[in-house]
Design a protein around this ligand. Structure first.
Ligand SMILES: [Zn+2]
Length: 217
């Protein structure tokens, strides 16, 4: 335990240290392409709802799956903040540089009262990033922070951010099943095809957001 951790008032932090020690760092399954990187527990107390989901993911049938079930806890810095990745999210940047993933997934969690902030249509006007789409069981689908998208990934990479609703078992379950699909996924286009079939409206928005980001509309 470091001095910093002693000051951590996050409830359950001791349980965390005991139960998850050494199991939550970067884990790499399989080999070859495609390379996928999934991360969870990015800030604040989000690990409570997301880390275990990541820890339960089994190796993929083909290609590589890298997992960081727990990035940081305690302090909350938004991933939209330019200081997030170089400081709190340093392990993410190191993994991206080492592995060059073509599929990158962040798993976040949100409190019910913040749903409007995340999925409200005015999010683009308000903070300059597109609103999340509601998928199912309180699971939201959106883009990752432009800061990391532009600097670290080629245009054809698939970069997604999922938000699950805190303390909602159905939300967890649905997110876990979506990650199971993504972990066997081969490319951006393959996932878009799946999304168009299952969630046509959300797929349309995802494509529109992507094009807007690259200045194509
Ligand atoms: Zn988050």
């Amino acid at each position: 335990m470091t001095a910093g951790e002693e000051n951590d008032s996050t409830q359950g932090s001791h349980i965390f240290t005991k139960k998850y020690a050494d199991e939550t760092g970067l884990k790499v399954y399989g080999q070859g392409k495609p390379v996928r990187l999934f991360v969870a527990g990015l800030h604040g107390n989000e690990w409570k709802d997301t880390t275990e989901i990541m820890m339960n993911i089994k190796p993929p049938e083909r290609g590589t799956l890298a997992l960081i079930p727990f990035v940081q806890r305690g302090e909350y810095t938004s991933t939209l903040d330019p200081a997030y990745y170089p400081v709190m999210g340093k392990s993410i940047l190191e993994a991206i540089e080492a592995l060059n993933p073509e599929i990158y997934i962040e798993l976040h969690s949100y409190s019910r009262e913040n749903l409007e902030k995340l999925a409200g249509k005015d999010r683009l006007e308000r903070i300059g990033v597109p609103a999340y789409s509601i998928l199912k069981s309180g699971v939201l689908l959106g883009s990752v922070s432009p800061w990391i998208r532009k600097r670290y990934f080629p245009k054809e990479a698939l970069c997604l951010s999922f938000e699950i609703q805190k303390r909602n078992p159905e939300s967890r379950e649905f997110a876990a099943s979506t990650l199971e699909i993504l972990k066997e996924n081969g490319s951006r286009d393959e996932f878009i095809e799946y999304l168009q079939k299952e969630f046509p409206e959300q797929a349309r928005k995802a494509i529109e957001d992507y094009r807007r980001f690259y200045g194509e509309i």
